[in-house]
Ligand binder design. Structure first.
Ligand SMILES: NC(=O)c1ccc[n+]([C@@H]2O[C@H](COP(=O)([O-])OP(=O)(O)OC[C@H]3O[C@@H](n4cnc5c(N)ncnc54)[C@H](OP(=O)(O)O)[C@@H]3O)[C@@H](O)[C@H]2O)c1
Length: 236
C-alpha cells in the first residue's frame, strides 16, 4: 500500500527536498505550505499533492487534517519541518523582545504540537506511523555548553531554545506513544544552505533532508524518542 506523508513547510528548502526524496521512494508526499501560490507551484514541480497548512493557525491545520482524511483516510508519516529562525530581536538574550521569541516558539514548538495533535488520529490508523520533528544541533544543551562545539558562538535565544523545547516535545510524544506502532524522533539536518540562513550553510538542502527521510521510513525495530543526525545519535 502506498504510504501517505505530510511535510510541513515544504514549498522550499529542506522540506521541499524531503518531499522529493520520499516521492522517489514511492511515497505520496503531500506538500504542506502556508502560501497557496508557493505551495501549489512546489506541488506541481514535485508532482505531489499540495495542502494549505499554516502551523500557527489552528483552523488551517484542522482543515488540512480534514482534507487528508477525506482524500486518503489515514496518514503514515508526518514531518514537522516548518521552522523559522526569527529576526535579530530574537537572538541576543539580553536584548531579546519577548514578542519575537514568542513568534519563533509559535512556529517551532506550539505549531508542532498543534499539527501533531491534529494528525494523530490519522497516524493511529496507519500500520506504522512515523513522526519526524526537524530539530537542530543548536537545540543541544550538551553541545551549547561544550567549549569544543562548532556551535558555541551561535547563541540565538529564541531559535536555539525553541529547538531544545522541540527535543523534549519529541521525547514526550514518544513516551506517550511507546506502546503503539507510532515512532517519534527528532532529526538534525546539519548546517544547510537555505533561505533560513541566507544560504550560508556548507551542506545542501538535499543532504539536510536525508535524516528526516531515514527517520520517516524506519522499520519496526527502529528507535523512538531519539535525536539523530546522519552519523547517529546527537548529544541532548
Ligand atoms: N538550514 C539549516 O541549516 C537548518 C539546520 C538545522 C535545522 N533546520 C531546520 O530545518 C527546517 C527547514 O528549514 P530550512 O532551512 O529549509 O528553511 P527555509 O528554506 O526557510 O524553509 C522553511 C519553510 O518553513 C515554512 N514555514 C515557516 N513558517 C511556517 C508556518 N507558520 N506554517 C507553515 N510553514 C511555515 C516556510 O514557508 P514560507 O516559504 O511560506 O516562508 C518554508 O517553506 C526548519 O525547522 C529549520 O529550523 C535548518
Amino acid at each position: 500500500m502506498t504510504k501517505i506523508a505530510l511535510i510541513t513547510g515544504a514549498n522550499k528548502g529542506i522540506g521541499h527536498e524531503i518531499v522529493r526524496l520520499l516521492a522517489g521512494q514511492g511515497v505520496t508526499a503531500i506538500v504542506g505550505a502556508r502560501d497557496e501560490e508557493r505551495g501549489r507551484a512546489a506541488g506541481e514541480r514535485l508532482g505531489q499533492p499540495y495542502v494549505r497548512i499554516d502551523v500557527t493557525d489552528e483552523a488551517s491545520v484542522a482543515a488540512a487534517a480534514k482534507w487528508i482524511e477525506t482524500e486518503y483516510g489515514r496518514l503514515d508519516i508526518l514531518v514537522n519541518n516548518a521552522g523559522i529562525v526569527g529576526g535579530p530581536a530574537a537572538h541576543q538574550p539580553s536584548a531579546a523582545a519577548a514578542e519575537q521569541v514568542r513568534e519563533v516558539y509559535e512556529t517551532n514548538v506550539f505549531g508542532v504540537v498543534t499539527v501533531t495533535n491534529a494528525m494523530l488520529p490519522l497516524l493511529r490508523r496507519s500500520e506504522a506511523g512515523r513522526i519526524v520533528n526537524v530539530s537542530s544541533e543548536l537545540g543541544s544543551l550538551a553541545m551549547a555548553g561544550d567549549p569544543e562545539s562548532p556551535f558555541l558562538a551561535f547563541n540565538a535565544l529564541a531559535y536555539n531554545s525553541s529547538k531544545s523545547a522541540l527535543n523534549m516535545v519529541t521525547v514526550c510524544y514518544a513516551k506517550e506513544l511507546k506502546d503503539t506502532p507510532i515512532k517519534v524522533n527528532a532529526g538534525t539536518p546539519g548546517y544547510c544552505a537555505t533561505d533560513l540562513n541566507g544560504h550560508t550553510g556548507p551542506r545542501t538542502a538535499e543532504q539536510g533532508a536525508a535524516i528526516a527521510v531515514r527517520l520517516a521510513t524506519l522499520d519496526a525495530d527502529g528507535p523512538t524518542g531519539a535525536y539523530m543526525n546522519d552519523d547517529g545519535a546527537v548529544r541532548w
